[in-house]
Design a protein around this ligand. Structure first.
Ligand SMILES: C[S@@+](CC[C@H](N)C(=O)[O-])C[C@H]1O[C@@H](n2cnc3c(N)ncnc32)[C@H](O)[C@@H]1O
Length: 321
């Protein structure tokens, strides 16, 4: 396989999911199928496992389905946004999954196709939709959002220190003619950022492009809804693994998992009240990062932060906790 399509933190994903994925007749949901790398490894490692592979991008589903044909009906593709996992499970006659995997963000496949407009290093139309049927594109955001809205997006989703300067530069440029290409936007962002800070920290357009992508695809709102829904859909003893690629996603992941892993009994009571016990146990105390060996092999894995948790099985319901 080409280096850019190597699945991120594959050994760790396989290790964390193994106890759940190896149960007899186990069902896993790969909520972010992409090129199908993690799913292929899971299906190979666990001959009794079935995987429902979810993606909102029809191109990803098509390519991954081709790659996974050898697994027959042990692989089930599903085009959906991942906050609809309970509905996808129901559609296929299941209520619960034993394992759920989220490898968030954009795939190498999407980044490497200039026409999708995700990459600031290539010239392309300002699109950035993961689902080409969605209405909102990066071009619409850049050319129609109020300056104050642009500032908020750039600051909140891109963690861009110079958000007001970049937003003002966008407003000035679009007053002359609509901004339609990724190169034009990348140049404009570079010129808006003070020269002294331009020399460090990689391509200055990176943060603006991340912000636009998150806005176009509603990524954080979807994530806030999707993780709790996926946790509810896990069978007792079932496991979830999440890989995030920026701190905003990871913060949500951390908060949601921590909430489930603590008792809801009011502080000060000596024992947990019935029904308020923790429902998950954390398998990672801190977010885990790719090893040095993986970073050398696949530099794109650098931002990955992995968290894993297991649904606690009430006594007598199976699972290993
Ligand atoms: C980083 S890639 C996954 C790569 C995959 N694990 C592999 O091994 O090839 C993320 C994938 O998730 C999809 N995706 C992102 N947000 C989504 C969402 N809200 N609902 C469904 N799919 C989503 C993207 O279209 C992309 O194909």
């Amino acid at each position: 396989m080409d280096a850019p399509h190597v699945p991120v933190m594959l050994d760790e994903v396989l290790d964390y999911l193994a106890p759940a994925a190896s149960r007899p007749g186990a069902l896993a949901v790969d909520a972010t199928l992409g090129a199908g790398g993690h799913t292929e490894a899971l299906l190979t490692a666990h001959p009794g496992l079935t995987v429902i592979g979810v993606d909102r991008d029809p191109t990803a589903l098509e390519l991954a389905s081709k790659r996974l044909t050898d697994f027959g009906d042990r692989f089930i593709p599903a085009r959906a946004v991942y906050d609809a996992i309970p509905a996808v499970l129901a559609e296929h006659g299941h209520e619960r999954a034993d394992a759920v995997l989220f490898d968030l963000g954009v795939s190498s496949m999407q980044l490497d196709r200039p026409e999708r407009g995700f990459a600031y290093a290539q010239d392309a139309p300002l699109d950035m939709r993961m689902n080409p049927d969605d209405r909102l594109t990066a071009e619409i955001v850049v050319n129609t959002y109020e300056v104050t809205e642009l500032v908020r997006i750039l600051r909140d989703y891109g963690e861009e220190k110079f958000a007001p300067r970049v937003a003002k530069a966008i407003a000035a440029a679009r007053a002359k003619a609509p901004i339609t290409s990724s190169r034009e936007l990348a140049d404009l962002v570079r010129d808006a950022i003070p020269a002294a800070t331009r020399r460090t920290g990689g391509n200055p357009a990176k943060r603006t492009f991340q912000a636009l992508r998150i806005e176009v695809n509603g990524e954080l709102d979807t994530w806030r809804a999707a993780l709790p829904a996926a946790l509810d859909a896990l069978a007792p003893g079932g496991r979830v693994v999440v890989m995030s690629y920026h701190s905003l996603e990871d913060r949500i992941t951390k908060q949601v998992l921590a909430q489930r892993a603590k008792s809801a009994t009011p502080a000060g009571l000596p024992v947990d009240l019935p029904g308020t016990e923790p429902t998950f146990r954390l398998l990672t105390r801190k977010a885990q990062q790719p090893t040095k060996t993986e970073l050398d092999r696949n530099p794109r894995s650098a931002p990955a932060r992995l968290r894993a948790a297991e649904r606690i099985a009430p006594t007598g319901e199976g699972g290993d906790s």
